[in-house]
Design a protein around this ligand. Structure first.
Ligand SMILES: Nc1ncnc2c1ncn2[C@@H]1O[C@H](COP(=O)(O)OP(=O)(O)O)[C@@H](O)[C@H]1O
Ligand SMILES: [Mg+2]
Length: 245
């Protein structure tokens, strides 16, 4: 599978946020977008998944050459796309494990028996150093920032997406949690040959999840692209030179 963003323009409430952005993410590659606050990174992630706040005014988003612009979020997810939100929503009354089961069923992802499913989840819960009582709790209700992020990695492991967009998977996580989340993401991505688009401010997570390509996004556009060497440059120099340009 290949996700292709072509000269995309996106508005939120009448204001242009994404101003002509192109990006191609094939399965099996890891791409990183770095950029200052407010440059439109989360807006891009939401537009790719068809979030109702976002309005595409020009350009296109394609999966394997076919436009997905008119698809619902659900339809996009069923193609095998996954978005980890920067700020995950809380859902009252839906138990976490039920949610996972329902979600994977509705996406048509084949799971083993309920027993196997539970065993897989319990394994992942241990891997992510979450407590066992997580399974019965309502989705994201009262979860700490770190638990929310980890719960989304659990969702990803169940849904086995072909393309996954992770919006600041490291925000609110301590150093150990960053490593645990990264290792789980790596494992899923390797097994499924998932194409990853990782949005982050900080390079720490990139010492665990190795990007093939790095894109710098400022003011709704990609202003620089390169390999891993760009991370070091950004770490040293920040975004100042791009903001002045
Ligand atoms: N729901 C919204 N309503 C109005 N403006 C928004 C909304 N979400 C984001 N914006 C604006 O869009 C711009 C980009 O925000 P965002 O995509 O969250 O940036 P980033 O993720 O790079 O920090 C900001 O100027 C922000 O104020
Ligand atoms: Mg953001």
């Amino acid at each position: 599978m290949e996700l292709k963003i072509e000269d995309l323009h996106v508005e939120i409430e009448g204001k242009e946020i994404i101003k002509g952005l192109s990006l191609t993410i094939p399965q099996g590659q890891t791409h990183v977008i770095m950029g200052p606050n407010g440059s439109g990174k989360s807006t891009l992630a939401k537009a790719i998944m068809g979030h109702p706040h976002t309005k595409i005014t020009a350009g296109d988003i394609k999966v394997d050459g076919k436009s997905i612009k008119e698809m619902t979020t659900d339809e996009r997810a069923r193609l095998g796309m996954f978005l980890q939100f920067q700020n995950p929503v809380e859902i009252e009354g839906v138990g976490f494990i039920n949610f996972l089961h329902l979600a994977s069923q509705s996406m048509g992802v084949k799971q083993g028996t309920t027993k196997d499913f539970m065993k897989d989840i319990k394994g992942k819960i241990q891997e992510l150093k979450l407590s066992e009582d997580f399974i019965g709790r309502p989705l994201n209700m009262g979860f700490s920032g770190g638990e929310k992020k980890k719960s989304e990695v659990l969702q990803m492991s169940v849904l086995r997406p072909k393309i996954a967009i992770l919006d600041e998977p490291d925000s609110g996580l301590d150093i150990d949690a960053i490593r645990q989340v990264s290792e789980s993401v790596n494992k899923i991505a390797q097994t499924e040959k998932t194409g990853l688009l990782i949005i982050t401010h900080y390079s720490r997570i990139l010492s665990y999840i190795k990007p093939d390509f790095v894109h710098v996004m400022v003011n709704g556009k990609i202003v620089d692209e390169g390999g891993k060497e760009l991370i070091e440059k950004l770490e040293k120099e920040g975004y100042d030179s791009y903001l002045k340009a």
